[in-house]
Design a binder for this molecule. Structure first.
Ligand code: S3P
Length: 166
Protein backbone atom coordinates (compact mmCIF):
# COMPACT_ATOMS: atom_id res chain seq x y z
CA UNK A 1 0.00 0.00 0.00
CA UNK A 2 1.13 3.54 -0.77
CA UNK A 3 1.44 6.03 2.08
CA UNK A 4 -1.51 8.02 3.41
CA UNK A 5 -1.28 11.78 4.02
CA UNK A 6 -3.65 13.48 6.43
CA UNK A 7 -4.45 17.18 6.10
CA UNK A 8 -6.90 19.41 7.95
CA UNK A 9 -7.15 22.25 10.40
CA UNK A 10 -5.60 22.22 13.86
CA UNK A 11 -7.65 20.03 16.17
CA UNK A 12 -9.13 17.96 13.33
CA UNK A 13 -7.59 14.78 14.74
CA UNK A 14 -4.74 14.28 12.25
CA UNK A 15 -2.39 12.87 14.88
CA UNK A 16 -4.94 10.59 16.57
CA UNK A 17 -6.25 9.26 13.25
CA UNK A 18 -2.70 8.93 11.90
CA UNK A 19 -1.62 6.76 14.85
CA UNK A 20 -4.65 4.51 14.48
CA UNK A 21 -4.16 4.20 10.72
CA UNK A 22 -0.58 3.22 11.38
CA UNK A 23 -1.69 0.50 13.82
CA UNK A 24 -4.24 -0.86 11.35
CA UNK A 25 -2.04 -0.82 8.25
CA UNK A 26 1.32 -1.64 9.84
CA UNK A 27 2.81 1.42 8.10
CA UNK A 28 5.06 3.69 10.11
CA UNK A 29 3.50 6.94 11.38
CA UNK A 30 5.24 10.26 10.97
CA UNK A 31 4.03 13.56 12.37
CA UNK A 32 5.53 16.50 10.49
CA UNK A 33 5.27 18.85 13.48
CA UNK A 34 7.19 16.37 15.65
CA UNK A 35 9.77 15.89 12.89
CA UNK A 36 10.28 19.66 12.57
CA UNK A 37 10.49 20.15 16.35
CA UNK A 38 13.13 17.41 16.49
CA UNK A 39 15.11 19.11 13.72
CA UNK A 40 14.88 22.70 14.98
CA UNK A 41 15.55 21.72 18.59
CA UNK A 42 12.89 24.03 20.02
CA UNK A 43 9.12 24.30 20.21
CA UNK A 44 7.05 25.62 17.29
CA UNK A 45 6.08 28.65 19.36
CA UNK A 46 9.76 29.43 20.06
CA UNK A 47 10.57 29.01 16.37
CA UNK A 48 7.74 31.35 15.34
CA UNK A 49 8.95 33.92 17.89
CA UNK A 50 12.54 33.72 16.71
CA UNK A 51 12.20 33.27 12.94
CA UNK A 52 8.58 33.97 12.04
CA UNK A 53 5.87 31.95 10.32
CA UNK A 54 7.45 32.09 6.84
CA UNK A 55 10.58 30.31 8.08
CA UNK A 56 8.39 27.62 9.63
CA UNK A 57 6.58 27.20 6.29
CA UNK A 58 10.00 26.72 4.63
CA UNK A 59 10.66 23.90 7.07
CA UNK A 60 7.33 22.31 6.21
CA UNK A 61 8.10 22.42 2.48
CA UNK A 62 11.49 20.90 3.16
CA UNK A 63 10.10 18.00 5.18
CA UNK A 64 7.30 17.46 2.64
CA UNK A 65 9.82 17.15 -0.20
CA UNK A 66 11.86 14.65 1.76
CA UNK A 67 8.86 12.43 2.47
CA UNK A 68 7.26 12.58 -0.99
CA UNK A 69 7.93 8.96 -1.85
CA UNK A 70 7.71 7.35 1.54
CA UNK A 71 5.15 4.68 2.26
CA UNK A 72 4.09 6.00 5.62
CA UNK A 73 1.09 7.46 7.35
CA UNK A 74 1.79 11.19 7.57
CA UNK A 75 0.05 13.67 9.88
CA UNK A 76 0.78 17.13 8.48
CA UNK A 77 0.54 20.48 10.28
CA UNK A 78 -2.70 22.37 9.67
CA UNK A 79 -1.01 25.12 7.66
CA UNK A 80 0.79 22.90 5.15
CA UNK A 81 -1.73 23.89 2.46
CA UNK A 82 -0.94 27.60 2.77
CA UNK A 83 1.81 27.49 0.14
CA UNK A 84 1.00 26.81 -3.50
CA UNK A 85 4.24 24.83 -3.73
CA UNK A 86 3.08 22.52 -0.94
CA UNK A 87 -0.35 22.06 -2.51
CA UNK A 88 1.33 21.01 -5.75
CA UNK A 89 3.57 18.59 -3.90
CA UNK A 90 0.56 17.14 -2.07
CA UNK A 91 -1.18 16.53 -5.40
CA UNK A 92 1.75 14.33 -6.44
CA UNK A 93 1.38 12.28 -3.27
CA UNK A 94 -1.33 9.75 -2.84
CA UNK A 95 -3.82 9.52 -1.25
CA UNK A 96 -4.29 12.83 0.57
CA UNK A 97 -7.16 12.77 3.05
CA UNK A 98 -8.78 15.98 4.28
CA UNK A 99 -10.19 15.47 7.77
CA UNK A 100 -13.06 17.93 7.54
CA UNK A 101 -14.12 19.28 10.93
CA UNK A 102 -16.40 22.13 11.96
CA UNK A 103 -15.15 25.06 14.08
CA UNK A 104 -17.74 24.10 16.73
CA UNK A 105 -15.83 20.84 17.12
CA UNK A 106 -12.18 21.89 16.76
CA UNK A 107 -12.31 25.15 18.73
CA UNK A 108 -13.24 23.56 22.09
CA UNK A 109 -10.72 20.81 21.36
CA UNK A 110 -7.95 23.37 20.78
CA UNK A 111 -8.86 25.20 23.98
CA UNK A 112 -8.61 21.95 25.96
CA UNK A 113 -5.38 20.72 24.42
CA UNK A 114 -2.52 21.80 26.64
CA UNK A 115 0.04 19.41 25.13
CA UNK A 116 1.30 21.94 22.58
CA UNK A 117 1.19 25.70 22.02
CA UNK A 118 -0.12 26.61 18.57
CA UNK A 119 1.06 30.15 17.81
CA UNK A 120 -1.71 30.91 15.32
CA UNK A 121 -4.54 30.16 17.74
CA UNK A 122 -3.12 30.66 21.21
CA UNK A 123 -4.92 33.52 22.95
CA UNK A 124 -7.32 34.01 20.01
CA UNK A 125 -11.10 34.23 20.31
CA UNK A 126 -13.34 31.68 18.55
CA UNK A 127 -14.14 34.28 15.87
CA UNK A 128 -10.47 34.98 15.26
CA UNK A 129 -9.78 31.25 14.98
CA UNK A 130 -12.57 30.97 12.40
CA UNK A 131 -10.88 33.75 10.46
CA UNK A 132 -7.71 31.66 10.31
CA UNK A 133 -9.69 28.60 9.22
CA UNK A 134 -12.09 29.93 6.59
CA UNK A 135 -9.63 31.10 3.90
CA UNK A 136 -7.95 27.70 4.12
CA UNK A 137 -11.02 25.65 3.27
CA UNK A 138 -10.56 25.81 -0.55
CA UNK A 139 -6.89 24.91 -0.11
CA UNK A 140 -7.73 21.79 1.90
CA UNK A 141 -10.37 20.84 -0.63
CA UNK A 142 -8.16 21.27 -3.69
CA UNK A 143 -5.25 19.38 -2.11
CA UNK A 144 -7.30 16.35 -1.09
CA UNK A 145 -8.02 13.20 -3.04
CA UNK A 146 -10.59 12.20 -0.40
CA UNK A 147 -12.61 14.31 2.04
CA UNK A 148 -13.77 12.63 5.24
CA UNK A 149 -16.24 14.31 7.55
CA UNK A 150 -15.03 13.71 11.10
CA UNK A 151 -17.79 15.41 13.11
CA UNK A 152 -19.60 13.08 15.53
CA UNK A 153 -17.45 10.14 14.52
CA UNK A 154 -14.92 8.14 16.46
CA UNK A 155 -11.31 7.79 15.26
CA UNK A 156 -12.13 4.12 14.57
CA UNK A 157 -15.03 5.06 12.28
CA UNK A 158 -12.91 7.65 10.49
CA UNK A 159 -10.10 5.17 9.91
CA UNK A 160 -12.54 2.54 8.59
CA UNK A 161 -13.97 5.05 6.12
CA UNK A 162 -10.48 6.02 4.93
CA UNK A 163 -9.42 2.41 4.44
CA UNK A 164 -12.65 1.60 2.58
CA UNK A 165 -12.19 4.47 0.15
CA UNK A 166 -8.53 4.53 -0.78
C1 S3P B 1 -0.31 25.20 12.26
C2 S3P B 1 -0.69 23.96 12.74
C3 S3P B 1 0.10 23.22 13.72
C4 S3P B 1 1.57 23.60 13.61
C5 S3P B 1 1.75 25.08 13.68
C6 S3P B 1 0.98 25.84 12.61
C7 S3P B 1 -1.23 25.90 11.32
O1 S3P B 1 -0.07 21.82 13.52
O2 S3P B 1 2.11 23.10 12.41
O3 S3P B 1 1.33 25.51 14.97
O4 S3P B 1 -0.83 26.92 10.73
O5 S3P B 1 -2.38 25.42 11.12
P1 S3P B 1 -1.38 20.98 13.96
O6 S3P B 1 -2.39 21.10 12.87
O7 S3P B 1 -0.86 19.59 14.07
O8 S3P B 1 -1.85 21.52 15.25
Amino acid sequence: MKGIILIGFMGAGKTTVGKLLSEKTGMEHIDFDDKIVEEIGMTIQEYFDLHGEEAFRERETDVLKRYLDHNQVVSTGGGIVMRAENRNLLKQMAPVIYLQTKPEVFIPRLKQDHTTVRPLVVSKSPDEIKQVFEPRIPFYEESASLIVDTDNRTPEEIVNEILKNI
